[in-house]
Design a protein around this ligand. Structure first.
Ligand code: NAP
Ligand code: GLV
Length: 318
């Protein structure tokens, strides 16, 4: 009997082809309901999940005894209970490296769009309210030559820094560990978070979501930023306190923000939807054809490896 693999969402074919020798169940395009996920998990040896599914002890136990791998089709794995997986001897894998440039493109897109008021301008134009070119109309903040503060100077944070260097920007960073090679490559300076928040014109967040990074940016941090500052978050929603951010944007405490991720996706904090000075994207950081194919293929290759008794390519729990 071939091993049974559960794929929780419809994924690109590049992720299904490597699984052809297994008994594969693909749920559907939308995220499964909790009960449906628990039902579908019965008798499963491998779960290919996405960041929208919470894979906790209950889901693992619903599989019975045979679960061997949870392959997350995302680099972030805050949706998976790593301790519970370790306790049960289940391997967890993610998809690092294949989505860095694509996600950095979205971070930089949000940075440019928020600083140059693209969303506001497009809304004006589409509403038929653009009456003339105006000498004081839609004045934004220059990006060229400014200071970018990267919070979380890992793979994606460094890919954003690479783009910023092309815009003549100085790179400041805050990271748990020092990154000497990246410092040399980007002429980047490591700082305490508070120091970075005071010095940077643009702040782009790229940490994972962990107990330490939950609400890393809240009212006290927003108060330290310059009134011209632009905040970009493509990491995970709960890293930024959305209510505090909405207040800071409303009060002009910072100039603008660009968000790809939200605290309670797909819900967005209602006040953010009302504000002109925030650009909102629906978690599309890695959403290019090429990158989603690579993510799906890597997740599937990890499953093939583990079910064949080999080491997975990209384990997160050793
Ligand atoms: P990564 O290479 O692991 O980089 C994360 C960096 O954050 C590391 O350098 C890490 O430091 C640092 N860090 C961790 N905790 C910290 C803390 N408490 N304070 C300061 N720095 C801390 O990860 P990545 O591949 O760049 O991905 C980053 C995150 O982006 C993912 O976890 C995911 O949540 C998010 N993401 C979102 C999208 C999207 O669609 N919007 C797409 C891809 C990824 P150390 O090096 O010292 O560990
Ligand atoms: C997407 O959000 C990811 O973590 O890959």
């Amino acid at each position: 009997m071939p091993d049974r693999v559960l794929v929780t969402r419809e994924i690109p074919d590049a992720g299904l082809r490597p699984l052809e020798s297994f008994d594969v169940t693909v749920l559907h395009e939308r995220p499964p309901e909790r009960d449906e996920l628990l039902d579908a998990a019965r008798g499963i040896s491998a779960i290919l999940a996405t960041a929208t599914e919470k894979i906790d002890a209950e889901v693992m136990d619903a599989t019975g005894e045979g679960l061997r791998i949870i392959a997350n089709m995302a680099v972030g794995y805050d949706n998976v209970d790593i301790e519970a997986a370790l306790d049960r001897g289940v391997v967890v894998t993610n998809t690092p490296g294949v989505l860095d440039e694509t996600t950095a493109d979205v971070a930089f897109m949000l940075l440019l769009a928020a600083s140059r008021r693209l969303g506001e301008g497009e809304r004006l134009l589409r509403a038929g309210l653009w009456e003339w070119w105006g000498p004081k109309q839609l004045m934004g903040q220059d990006v060229w030559g400014k200071k970018l503060g990267v919070v979380g100077f890992g793979r994606i944070g460094q890919s954003v820094a690479r783009r910023a260097r092309g815009f003549g920007m100085d790179i400041l960073y805050h990271n748990r560990s020092r990154k000497p090679e990246a410092e040399a490559e980007f002429d980047a300076r490591r700082m305490d978070l508070d120091e970075l928040l005071e010095a940077a014109d643009f702040i782009s967040i790229h940490t994972p979501l962990t107990d330490e990074t939950q609400h890393l940016i809240g009212t006290p941090e927003l108060e330290k930023m310059k009134p011209e500052a632009v905040l970009v978050n493509t990491s995970r929603g709960p890293v930024v306190d959305e209510a505090a951010l909405a207040d800071a944007l409303e009060n002009g405490q910072i100039f603008a923000a660009g968000l790809d991720v939200y605290e309670d996706e797909p819900a967005v904090y209602p006040k953010l939807l009302e504000l002109e000075n925030v650009v909102l994207a629906p978690h599309i950081g890695s959403a290019s054809v090429e990158t989603r194919e690579k993510m799906a293929a890597l997740a599937a290759e990890n499953i093939v490896a583990v079910l064949s008794g080999e080491e997975p390519k990209t384990p997160v729990n050793g």
